[in-house]
Write a protein that binds this ligand. Structure first.
Ligand code: OAD
Length: 232
């Protein structure tokens, strides 16, 4: 099995800002204010507005999957061994490109979660404190289906199982600052997998990988996929 971890760098050329590069989202917004449960409790309107803006941007016509997303979808379609994409991204560009074996470990921008019934619903419009949950009808209990700092990422059991049994682990477009995702390379490596980093530049965890290739995702990911498929 090939396990691929993706981060904001894979969507950068689709027009979605990364978090920690210059001009990134965390340059102008405080993580404490917009990406923690405490920030939401203190000022829900501000947090909802932050995600409303990001949702609106994601749904604007100029945002589309790029060659890197399309190459990973092709890999899943044509590979003789199973491929799992684990993404830290909350955009929907992998699924738009055609990837289906996909886990959104940090949640999804186009979904809402109800803290009353825990139901998760598709949500493509602005969210406000007075909205009712489509599942249980309770008002005032919806939040973005986003994993905030201090919260547990989703699908950790499936991800850990996949890391233990994969032949190859590839990390694409992530700076390696946020755990547990930043530790996946060590889990995969200690379980015997080959490990490869594909990124614009060396990430903070680059030395944990057997190998690294550096450049724009839209160029290095399709080249790598061509190589994998031609070797099978
Ligand atoms: P970061 O913004 O931390 O890192 C993005 C990485 O992508 C950097 O290492 C860049 O060098 C690289 N990069 C930028 N443009 C690229 C391109 N065109 N091609 C290839 N690589 C490129 O984003 P993440 O590592 O994804 O969590 O951040 C991890 C988590 O931190 C996010 O999921 C988010 C954030 O706080 C939550 O919101 C819960």
């Amino acid at each position: 099995m090939i396990v691929i971890l993706t981060g904001a760098g894979i969507s950068q050329e689709s027009g979605i800002a990364t978090f920690r590069d210059s001009g990134g989202l965390w340059e102008n917004e405080s993580i404490e204010d917009v990406a923690t449960p405490g920030g939401f409790a203190r000022n829900p309107a501000r947090v909802l507005d932050f995600y409303n803006q990001r949702r609106k941007q994601l749904l604007s016509p100029e945002i589309a999957p790029n060659a890197a997303h399309l190459a990973l979808a092709r890999l899943e379609r044509e590979s003789s061994e199973p491929v799992l994409v684990v993404t830290q991204n909350v955009d929907n560009l992998h699924e738009c490109a055609g990837t289906s074996n996909l886990l959104h470990m940090h949640g999804e921008l186009l979904k809402a979660r109800c803290t009353a019934c825990r139901g998760v619903s598709q949500w493509e419009v602005d969210m406000s404190k007075s909205d009712a949950c489509p599942k249980c009808g309770t008002t005032g209990k919806l939040r973005p289906h986003i994993v905030w700092f201090e919260e547990m990422p989703l699908y950790m059991d499936e991800i850990e199982q996949a890391l233990e049994s994969c032949r190859l682990f590839v990390s694409i477009g992530t700076s390696g600052n946020v755990y547990p995702a930043a530790g996946f390379v060590r889990s995969a490596r200690s379980a015997g997998a080959q490990t490869l980093e594909l990124n614009l530049e060396k990430s903070v965890g680059a030395s944990a990988f057997h190998d690294g290739r550096y450049g724009k995702a839209s160029e290095i990911v399709p080249d790598w996929v061509d190589e994998v498929l031609s070797r099978q």
